[in-house]
Design a protein around this ligand. Structure first.
Ligand code: FUC
Length: 803
């Protein structure tokens, strides 16, 4: 039966193969038939973390837009609209004294429409535009919102079906103003002149000066500036339509000095003000006008978003997202919501990480809090890396560039940290030349300060970081990036890690001290509130030394490097013994563990000993006993966890080719940790699981870490019919495939940079491989069912499958 279907489909797919378009066929909307509530923060709830006020409406119901520099949460209200603005560099002291993201501004549009009919608010993921529409007193009203990246402005347009009908009051507020006597001191003022509201002030902690401007452009009617109220405001009366242009900035400058300077107030130049830059963006955008701002936004956004299409569900139900989620949570686990979550994740990464902006933080680029949970920073024992896992296999590698720029800025400080760390822990290994110690980065880092490894997370945090550089190269095959960025970064990380090792009996080398992130020992009451467990040679650290060293050797090979340090690396790799199977058949987390779970919480959210399975590659199909050991750990750790813990498990299940459990974990993430606006929570809201599930879905559909492309390696029965276009395999192949009843019916690929292509096709034969000029391409097939053929740069190939 399966064979018949497959054969029947082949003739239909061939003609289209060469005009392959990757843009999604479906319209993806996160939408609702009612506005978000706006009940204000709840000071009695501690869900926001550590006793800080929690704003459920902001977190659960409002919809996010962003351009990497700024994020806005849009409530879609018709009485008084609330637009909450974040700018990624605005930071105060925060509890960790590392600086943390804080709310930039609240913007209100008072319209007094109290009985809307036919209401809809929809965040359209295909073009990155949010639309609110409704009817009030027989008149149709509509508002469009988008965050334009090229011009760095947020744009809102209000229109209606009748002329002269737009009347509203626009006001804005600087939240959390604090006097010089308080922590998180913040001063500021709101002024209005003509058509412009300006919010400006300072946060003393980092000598930070900030400014936001909101320009109100009316078509028809009149506008009045009023400075008489506590909040300055602009009144619009009887306009045909109104456009608001919003821009914000600070005197933040990403530079090595920022991280090298230890005195907080000297990190930035307090005499620099963002006024001119913000004014220039506003006037430039005003000059461009609404239509071209919208067009430039769509073009910019779509050229990334539309590279990939994934369909996992036979149909797309037309239901408000909130209800779809409720249905899913009560047991009707429709795969369309899984598909939508995938696209939403890609949307969120594009909206929070673009060249020239800071990397996507723990909450992306969205915070309405004075003190953002965990400071909203860059947490390097898994969270920030998880943000970028999906960048590579879902064809948006450029969203990783902000991390590269961040790395370049913190690198001189990271070198100092490496020297400090080696001197403290392995002084006998200290290099004479400071450069010889490489660089290091620890868990808690922000846009202002980077942390050192140690304490609850071993130096493997750095290996988890340099892995992203290798993956960027491996997926893009950008030779200049390898030479100029990835190789030096991986080299420096290998240098550092090589010095964290200490020989023990039998010639082994163990990372010492070593910790598997955040595992604590048991306390007196039998809980896991004891001190963090610090030991020698955890699988996390040993495994990441192995990964980094191997990535270095691969890179050195490609670049033709000849360097004595590479011999040190080869020697060390042979002495790491990174993966050990324990008495329960598990991959051990600690060398001294016998049965699974002897040390630490059995169900801990971190599952760091499987980092060599994902994002690492040491554990793979060539060692079936390790794959089985990983399965034992996954089963025992369990499919329930916090948000990002689930996202990691999903990628791990995909890597052991366990599609049913990968999907089960995704279902749990959606059931237990997803909010009506589709944000995921740890809790509280963190963006990492939203982004981590993107690579999770892709890993279920295509893998390429074992030296060949594998299609549908972890396909669950719930996705038995589907298709994808444009997912990326290592070697920079954009791959497209379709399947029916779990049987592949078409495979097409674009080879962006040329070179040999290997695909494993276990059950299918290949009739022919045809390129876009209609040529029959020669291929070979080995005993492992690996089809191999040569590709030319930009060549397109269609693989005719035969069952
Ligand atoms: C890691 C996690 C925490 C939290 C924090 C931001 O340290 O272990 O649970 O997600 O990052």
């Amino acid at each position: 039966m399966k064979i018949l279907i497959a054969i029947a489909l082949i003739p239909f797919i061939l003609p289209e193969a060469y005009s392959q378009t990757t843009a999604p066929n479906r319209v993806y909307e996160v939408w609702d038939d009612r506005p978000a509530q706006n009940r204000g923060p709840d000071y009695s709830v501690t869900k926001g973390g550590r006793g800080f006020p929690f704003d459920a409406d902001w977190e659960e119901q409002a919809y996010p837009i962003g351009n990497g520099y700024m994020g806005a949460m849009v409530f879609g209200r018709t009485d008084t609209e609330r637009i909450q603005l974040t700018e990624s560099t605005l930071a105060n002291e925060n509890p960790y004294r590392r600086g943390g993201l804080t709310n930039f501004a609240e913007i209100y549009l008072q319209m007094n429409h109290h009985s809307p009919q036919n209401y809809k608010r929809a965040l359209n993921l295909n073009d990155g535009i949010l639309i609110v529409s409704y009817e009030q007193d027989g008149i149709n009203y509509s508002r469009e919102y988008f965050a334009n990246y090229p011009e760095n402005v947020i744009v809102v347009r209000l229109s209606s079906s009748e002329k002269d009908n737009i009347s509203l009051t626009v006001s804005a507020e600087i939240p959390y103003l604090r006097s010089a006597l308080e922590t998180n001191t913040r001063t500021g003022r709101t002024e209005v002149e003509d058509d412009l509201i300006t919010l400006s002030g300072s946060i003393d902690y980092f000598s930070l000066n900030y400014e936001a401007q909101i320009k109100v452009i009316n078509d028809g009617g009149e506008i009045f500036a009023c400075n008489d109220n506590r909040n300055a405001e602009i009144r619009v009366v009887n306009a045909d339509s109104v456009v608001l242009v919003i821009s914000a900035g600070t005197n933040y400058e990403l530079s090595p000095n920022l991280f090298l300077e230890s005195e907080k107030t000297k990190k930035l130049d307090g005499d620099v003000f963002p006024h001119e830059a913000v004014s220039a963006r506003i006037s430039n955008a005003a000059r461009m006008g609404y239509k071209s701002l919208r067009a430039s936004h769509r073009k910019d956004y779509q050229q990334i978003f539309s590279r990939v299409n994934v369909e996992l569900s036979p149909e797309a139900p037309r239901k408000p997202t909130r209800l779809l989620l409720e249905q899913y949570q009560s047991g009707n686990t429709h795969p369309f919501l899984e598909e939508l979550m995938f696209h939403f994740g890609r949307y969120l990464l594009i909206a929070s990480s673009r060249e020239g902006t800071l990397p996507s933080g723990l909450q992306g680029v969205w915070s309405n809090y004075e003190v953002t949970p965990w400071s909203g920073g860059y947490w390097h024992n898994i969270n920030v890396q998880m943000n970028y896992w999906g960048a590579f296999n879902t064809n948006m590698a450029e969203t990783f560039i902000p991390y590269v720029e961040f790395f370049k800025a913190y690198y001189p400080r990271a070198r100092q940290i490496a020297t400090w760390y080696i001197n403290r822990h392995q002084p006998q290994n200290l290099a004479e030349d400071e450069l010889g110690n490489g660089w290091a980065i620890g868990t808690g880092s922000s846009a202002y300060i980077i942390g050192s490894p140690g304490g609850h997370s071993g130096p493997g945090t750095g290996g988890l970081t340099s892995k992203m550089f290798w993956d960027y190269y491996d997926f893009t095959r950008d030779a200049a990036f390898l030479r100029d960025v990835a190789y030096p970064a991986i080299y420096g990380m290998s240098q550092f890690l090589s010095k964290t090792l200490k020989p023990v009996d039998g010639g082994l080398l163990l990372v010492d001290p070593s910790a598997s992130p955040e595992i604590r020992v048991m306390d007196e009451r039998g809980g896991f509130g004891g001190p963090h467990y610090v030991t020698k040679g955890t699988t996390f650290d040993q495994g990441l030394v192995w990964e980094t060293h191997n990535d270095l050797l691969k890179a050195a090979d490609i670049l033709g490097k000849d360097d004595p340090f590479l011999d040190v690396v080869r020697d060390q790799i042979a002495r790491l013994d990174p993966i050990i199977i324990g008495a329960s058949g598990q991959i051990k987390e600690f060398r001294e563990e016998n049965e699974y779970g002897e040390i630490g919480d059995h169900h801990h959210r971190h599952i760091s000993h499987l980092c060599p399975l994902y994002p690492g590659t040491l554990i793979n199909s060539s060692a079936p006993e390790w794959m089985e050991g990983a399965r034992v750990v996954l089963d025992k750790r369990g499919n329930r966890s916090t948000g990002w813990g689930l996202a990691h498990r999903m990628n791990l299940r995909a890597r052991i080719k366990d599609g049913e459990n990968a999907r089960e974990v995704l279902s749990i993430l959606i059931k237990d940790r997803t909010l009506p606006n589709l944000w995921t929570v740890h809790p509280p809201f963190q963006i990492d699981a939203n982004l981590g599930l993107v690579s999770g879905v892709a890993e279920m559909l295509i893998q390429s870490h074992e030296g060949f492309i594998e299609l549908l390696p972890a396909l669950p029965s719930a996705w038995e019919t589907g298709r994808f276009e444009g997912l990326v395999a290592r070697g920079n192949f954009e791959v497209s495939a379709a399947w029916q009843e779990a049987v592949l019916t078409s495979i097409d690929l674009v080879s962006n940079v040329g070179g040999p292509c290997s695909i494993r096709l276990e059950d299918a034969g290949v009739d022919a491989i045809i390129d876009d000029a209609g040529n029959d391409i020669e291929f070979s097939r080995n005993t492992n069912n690996i089809i191999k053929f040569h590709t030319r740069p930009e060549g397109r190939y269609s693989i005719e499958i035969d069952y």
